[in-house]
Write a protein that binds this ligand. Structure first.
Ligand SMILES: Nc1ncnc2c1ncn2[C@@H]1O[C@H](COP(=O)(O)OP(=O)(O)OP(=O)(O)O)[C@@H](O)[C@H]1O
Length: 374
């Protein structure tokens, strides 16, 4: 089945402000089952700004799902706090009288989309979108008006009377997104929303999320194991491992951070590691530097032969970025000046295999043989 076109691409630019919309402090979740304890979250401090699309990545078991489920208190944290749109949800989740209804009310400001859509098969598409409005006690006429408006927003006006079984995966996810928007949330949480979809449908759903982010000023927190998702729509990202956030920042800053693991995963360059008496350098070009002929200038200025081992251009966070892995003759110590030249041109330069750090330590213990290279 063909995917409908998402709402027309928006000309509206990013609406990111410095106002924090989702903040967690020291968020910890310990699961206890059959006498065993698993620390799924181990002191997570997350800061998501208003209007941004924020991606959390990490391997299976890193704690991503637990984090997103703790953000709307579907999962009760063991300790730490969660604030969404200025409201401390962990305080609302207390056990006092009225705590449940206060939390339910706060949750209407948080929409959630799921990997497997979670639609009710016995209900029509329109009735699925109306469901949260029914729970909120919205009148029948108003519910229908709102549901049809949301179906139009996600490009599915003609499917209002269909049942979920009659829809493609992408269309089901559009219904899931429309339903998540029913309570006019400020924040949308997405739990692997595109993992069950083919690449083309994934692209159209990501485009829809981006358009909604721009048009409605919606803040989106998504978890994914796909780096392409981060590349396509995220303003910021965090990498989780063992229940902790080990790296985070705007995608642009991460790309400019030497040694960033996320940058490497987002933008891998191929190419062999150094041979004996060779220095391999990863160069990242963005902004102005991308248009300068720096590699030929380097070769001419220092009269050296440069081998290009791997290169890639891509769009990351809406900006053109290039990465190149080059090889210079001689060990790192002989290439300090040419590498300095590249840095002076505004390029981000990373010397592969720890040769630079080893030289700074004065140990000379960098791995310079192919056999020893990791
Ligand atoms: N209900 C639970 N009871 C016990 N342990 C759990 C429960 N839910 C998750 N865990 C454990 O907590 C850790 C983090 O799991 P979580 O599902 O948050 O990771 P994830 O990064 O989302 O992984 P995946 O990408 O596979 O979904 C894992 O070790 C997992 O086995």
């Amino acid at each position: 089945m063909n995917e409908p076109c998402p709402a027309a691409p928006s000309a509206v630019h990013s609406t990111v402000t410095e106002t924090p919309v989702i903040t967690t402090t020291g968020l910890t979740k310990v699961y206890r089952s059959r006498g065993r304890e698993v620390t799924a979250l181990d002191g997570v401090d997350l800061h998501v700004r208003e209007g941004e699309v924020y991606g959390v990545v990490g391997q299976s078991g890193a704690g991503k799902s637990t984090l997103i489920r703790c953000v709307n208190l579907l999962e009760r944290p063991t300790s730490g706090t969660v604030s969404v749109a200025g409201q401390d949800l962990t305080a609302l989740a207390g056990r006092g009288p009225g705590a449940g209804s206060a939390l339910r009310k706060a949750r209407t400001g948080i929409g959630m989309v799921f990997q497997h859509f979670n639609l009710l098969s016995s209900r029509t598409v329109r009735d699925n979108v109306e469901l949260p409005l029914e729970i909120l006690g919205v009148s029948g006429k108003e519910r229908t008006r709102k549901a049809l408006e949301l179906l139009d927003l996600v490009g599915l006006s003609d499917k209002a009377k269909a049942h979920p079984a009659q829809l493609s995966g992408g269309q089901k996810q559009r219904v899931g997104i429309a339903r998540a928007l029913a309570g006019d949330p400020k924040v949308l949480l997405s739990d692997e929303a595109t993992s069950a979809l083919d690449p083309e449908t994934t692209r159209s759903i990501l485009q829809l999320l981006r358009d909604l982010n721009r048009q409605l000023g919606l803040t989106v927190l998504l978890i994914t194991h796909e780096m392409d998702v981060v590349k396509t729509i995220c303003d910021s990202a965090a990498l989780m491992r063992g229940g902790r956030i080990v790296e985070s920042g705007t995608v642009a800053d991460l790309l400019a951070t030497p040694g960033s693991e996320l940058a490497r995963q987002l933008f891998p360059v191929g190419g062999e590691l150094p041979g004996i008496d060779r220095t391999v350098v990863d160069v990242t070009f963005h902004g102005e530097a991308a248009t300068q002929p720096v590699i030929s200038q380097l070769a001419r200025t220092y009269n050296i032969d440069i081998s290009i081992l791997g290169a890639a251009m891509d769009t990351v966070g809406g900006r053109q970025v290039g990465r190149m892995r080059i090889e210079l003759p001689g060990p790192f110590e002989e290439n300090v000046v040419p590498i300095g030249f590249l840095r002076e041109q505004g390029l981000q330069v990373e010397v592969a295999d720890g040769a630079e750090e080893a030289a700074h330590r004065g140990t000379g213990d960098a791995v310079l043989t192919k056999e020893g290279a990791k």
